[in-house]
Design a protein around this ligand. Structure first.
Ligand SMILES: NC(=O)c1ccc[n+]([C@@H]2O[C@H](COP(=O)([O-])OP(=O)(O)OC[C@H]3O[C@@H](n4cnc5c(N)ncnc54)[C@H](O)[C@@H]3O)[C@@H](O)[C@H]2O)c1
Ligand SMILES: O=C(O)C[C@H](O)C(=O)O
Length: 332
């Protein structure tokens, strides 16, 4: 029997990530090739015409899994009945703007969208925040949607996770699909800590540690970390626009693994509400290694953290604590 359609909200759908993401959702890349979807697309009134253009293209593409499209600038209409919400819309930092001004605009956007989701989304709606500052926008959304379980509110660090796998694959000249269990700890910002101390590569002789195969701690502790931390900035420098296809693809990876489960023996990185694991302060949205089963994520426990890693976990937690204070100071 055909499955019931799942309603997927994409905010900021007229923007660049939105334009890359909605065809992926409509093709079944996010939720599976047997899962019909209804797309809800939200943008702001100045983008209404462009949003309608995206809707026209979705119709023209005749995606078999796409059972309907809602394209709107009305947040209540956009949020009504959605099962998955991918929050891409936000206020970008413009030249000359203070951090606090950008934060204040995003706090006000995420406060009002939180209320709309809380009141109108389907029960058990899963939320992924992509828009920057992603971790703190997700925290504000959690704050203003108290009836949405905190386990349902996450932010995207899967792009950073995939970037780490990509760098190891390039360095070792192995297939990226053979590299697994990197970890992104902390903030989706340049303070994040890409950690490969537990990562492995599938070889004909079995799974081998990345550190052993790379055999160059100086590169792993220096250039590798900096490259992953700075990759977003490098893409902006090259494209004059921030990453879009990789961000959209990673958003699909994040939701697919959350809903359908992570493969046996594999973990992924997700920004989730900290419960104090690994001595990360509780009450931050912080990126951890997680496995997913039956639509729920669980933080991987018991990984050893050496002194080098400890300092990096703490530094990115400190940045998030500071961002949290700034965001709370903007709440009106
Ligand atoms: N977490 C990640 O890994 C990651 C990666 C890449 C980009 N990003 C972030 O994702 C966000 C979107 O990037 P983009 O390149 O698509 O930007 P973009 O400027 O092309 O698109 C953003 C869209 O959001 C819309 N928007 C603004 N305010 C809105 C609101 N209140 N409600 C609904 N829509 C609204 C804009 O009109 C625009 O169409 C940015 O904040 C970017 O920094 C995050
Ligand atoms: O939009 C940005 O500032 C960069 C983006 O978050 C990315 O990691 O590519």
């Amino acid at each position: 029997m055909a499955k019931e359609p799942v309603r997927v909200l994409v905010t900021g759908a007229a923007g660049q990530i939105g334009y890359a993401l909605v065809p992926m959702v409509a093709r079944g890349i996010m939720l599976g090739l047997d899962q019909p979807v209804i797309l809800h697309m939200l943008d702001i009134p100045p983008a209404a015409e462009a949003l309608n253009g995206v809707k026209m293209e979705l119709v023209d593409a005749a995606f078999p899994l796409l059972k309907g499209v809602v394209a709107t600038t009305d947040v209540v209409e956009a949020c009504t009945g959605v099962n998955i919400a991918v929050m891409v819309g936000g206020f970008p930092r413009k030249e000359g703007m203070e951090r606090k001004d950008v934060m204040s605009k995003n706090v006000s956007i995420y406060k009002s969208q939180a209320s709309a989701l809380e009141q109108h989304a389907a029960a058990n709606c899963k939320v992924l925040v992509v828009a920057n500052p992603a971790n703190t926008n997700a925290l504000i959304l959690k704050e203003f949607a108290p009836s949405i379980p905190e386990k349902n509110i996450t932010c995207l660090t899967r792009l950073d996770h995939n970037r780490a796998l990509g760098q190891i694959s390039e360095r070792l000249k192995v297939q990226v699909s053979d590299v697994k269990n990197a970890i992104i700890w902390g903030n989706h910002s340049s303070s994040q800590y890409p950690d490969v101390n537990h990562a492995t590569v599938k070889t004909p002789a079995g799974e081998r540690p990345v550190r052993e195969l790379v055999a160059n701690d100086e590169w792993l502790n220096g250039e590798f970390i900096a490259t992953v931390q700075q990759r977003g900035a490098a893409i902006i420098k090259a494209r004059k626009l921030s990453s879009a296809l990789s961000a959209a693809s990673s958003a699909c990876d994040h939701i697919r693994d959350w809903v359908l489960g992570t493969p046996e023996g594999t973990w992924v990185s997700m920004g989730v509400y900290s419960d104090g694991s690994y001595n990360v302060p509780a009450g931050l949205i912080y990126s951890f290694p997680v496995t997913c089963r039956n639509g729920e994520w669980t933080i991987v426990q018991g990984l050893s953290i050496n002194e080098f890693s400890r300092k990096k976990l703490d530094a990115t937690a400190d940045e998030l604590t500071e961002e949290k204070a700034l965001a709370y100071s903007c709440i009106s």
